[in-house]
Design a protein around this ligand. Sequence first.
Ligand code: ADP
Ligand code: ADP
Length: 213
Amino acid sequence: MLELHHVSLSYGRTAVLQDVSLRLEPGQRIGVLGPSGAGKSSLLKLAAGLAQPTQGRLRNAFRHPVLVFQEPRLLPWRRVLENIEIPLRAAGMDTAAARQRARHWLDAVGLAETALSWPRELSGGMAQRVSLARAFALHADLLLLDEPFSALDPVLRAAMAELCLTHVRETGAALLCISHHPAEQARLVQSWAQVSTGRLVWPAAEIPHCATA
Ligand code: ADP
Ligand code: ADP
């Protein structure tokens, strides 16, 4: 479980998040909305352990959080398949198993033919799908996605959201997903919160409808 209890986060004198409370259980999927600069990415960084609260209490019992940045951060000097494989090897998988799992996920995002390409040869949308494949391959127990579908067209967005949903259901992972397409991702998350000038609003005000699945 992830629990934020009246958490605030400041960078120097800049207050970014204020009095944020959040509880996220294994298997729970929450979508996060809000305008640019509101503090959404900072919330994900707190959840990933990449930032510490300035005030309040944070308890994170998830052991293996994985954060997917909006800008795919692929290693430019490694081929596409290796980009998925290397973190698996770093996590202790043997070479053959890591390669097999990497191939599986590259195939799952529809990019099997790019295995030997260099990241610079990919479009922005393709790189985003590779970074999703890399994250799914890691079997996180807490998956943190920062606008993971922003460079994709609506058809691919829907396909990737569906892939993500199937994956987190299979692994039982919890999901925190920043999105600007709540209507499209109504199935992916169970509820929506909104970050509005550093505060977390439950439920999100600007949502057309929420999924119940
Ligand atoms: P308390 O202050 O009673 O200990 P929390 O700090 O856990 O409760 O949460 C404060 C408020 O934040 C809750 O009353 C609830 O409205 C909202 N909240 C926190 N997590 C969630 C969630 N996962 N889904 C919906 N609302 C939530
Ligand atoms: P969002 O994801 O909603 O666009 P962010 O969490 O990225 O918002 O940023 C929220 C605010 O915090 C912005 O005003 C941003 O400039 C500021 N901010 C984010 N990271 C840092 C940092 N490392 N140092 C100083 N200010 C930061």
